[in-house]
Design a protein around this ligand. Structure first.
Ligand code: F6P
Length: 357
């Protein structure tokens, strides 16, 4: 492959703390190696000319432009989930347009959906480097994704505060964290805060067992017991007629009302005769300032991305994903990174231990 001279960068999927730091790192390292960096707005949408002002969708990112980005939350480049990009013709047109603009390679910062798009672009002759920007930590090839450490720290901070109020009022707490289909944020938060119960999408759970455990903890004098639940764990609830429990207590519930953490807390309140309350931590996990770990990870990943793009490596045409292995940043071909999709290791022993301690 000829050495690249002009590269693009985009952030895609849910925003994640550290995305801006990764853009700054790529800009700094690219600048030092004489590459021009083009920032593409709103994920893959920025390649499709769909916005009101397509001329603003791609901008030069020189060092002066990116200097302040480091201190910003969210993602300066904006982000989106781009459904049209699932179609081959749309990707083929995007690849053609990139080539016309002289953008020879792309750095894609996002999660597994973004990686699949990047892999397809590689097949169309646009080599891509992936940086795993997602709070979910749901990619099996890497020990950490960019933003995960920050999200866990946000959750830990929130749970510590919630537990203080729980203790003051003798009220158990239900705290919902993000993570899509991966329970890592919930598990890590539970370990770090000493939470007594955790529910994750990887494991089946039982409402009555949960209520028994809460009653037991209360009886032992632990009146600030905390249940951390990972979003999307509802399909793993063993059959239990929670609507009837709510209706029997004299409250209004409709057939199409979904289960959520608020209703879970209500059911526990009814079953255990405690004042269980729910908190959803939500987007504070995504809009937070990156921790030192995530900022440094972003720097290392950006630097490695530029190194890979400038080393004239024959494997570059198939693309690389950057990750963490044995605590260090490394790269692996996209196909390897995506080979074990959905097979992320889940520590069942640890899960049982948390729920027993
Ligand atoms: O992938 C990040 C994430 O925050 C997941 O944890 C969550 O399931 C999803 O995005 C929510 O997406 P949004 O609120 O942007 O639609």
């Amino acid at each position: 492959m000829e050495k690249v001279k002009r590269i693009g960068i985009l952030t895609s999927g849910g925003d994640s703390p550290g995305m801006n730091a990764a853009v700054v790192s790529v800009a700094r390292c690219a600048g030092q190696k004489g590459l021009q960096l083009m920032g593409i707005k709103r994920g893959y949408n920025g390649l499709l000319g769909l916005s009101d002002k397509p001329e603003d969708d791609i901008e030069v990112l020189d060092l002066e432009t990116v200097l302040d980005i480091m201190d910003m939350r969210g993602t300066y480049l904006r982000t989106a989930r781009c459904l049209p990009f699932l179609q081959h013709e749309v990707r083929a047109k995007a690849a053609e347009d990139l080539k016309k603009q002289g953008i020879e390679a792309l750095v894609v910062i996002g999660g597994d959906g973004s990686y699949h798009g990047a892999l397809e672009l590689c097949k169309l002759g646009v080599p891509c480097i992936g940086i795993p920007g997602t709070i979910d930590n749901d990619l099996s090839y890497t020990e950490a994704t960019l933003g995960y450490d920050t999200a866990v720290n946000v959750c830990v901070d929130a749970v510590r505060s919630i537990r203080a109020t729980s203790r003051s009022h003798d009220r158990p707490a239900v705290v919902e964290v993000m993570g899509r289909n991966c329970g890592d944020i919930a598990m890590r938060t539970a370990i770090a805060t000493g939470a007594e119960m955790v529910i994750v999408p990887e494991m089946e759970w039982d409402m009555l067992e949960l209520a028994e455990r809460l009653k037991y903890l209360f009886k032992k004098g632990n009146t600030r017991a905390t249940l951390i639940i990972s979003e999307h764990c509802w399909h793993k609830m063993k059959p239990f007629d929670w609507r009837k429990t709510i209706a029997d207590s004299g409250r209004v519930i409709h057939d199409d009302d979904p289960m959520n953490s608020e209703r879970l807390a209500l059911v526990l309140k009814i079953l255990t005769n405690t004042e269980a309350r729910a908190t959803v931590i939500g987007y504070t996990q995504r809009g937070a300032i990156p921790t030192a770990y995530d900022s440094a990870f972003a720097f290392d990943a950006g630097r490695m991305a530029v190194d890979l793009l400038t080393h004239n490596d024959p494997g570059l045409k198939d693309g690389y994903a950057i990750g963490v292995r044995d605590g260090r940043v490394y790269s692996t071909p996209f196909t390897n990174a995506l080979a074990n999709d959905n097979q992320k290791f889940f520590d069942e022993d640890l899960y049982r231990m948390i729920n027993k301690l």
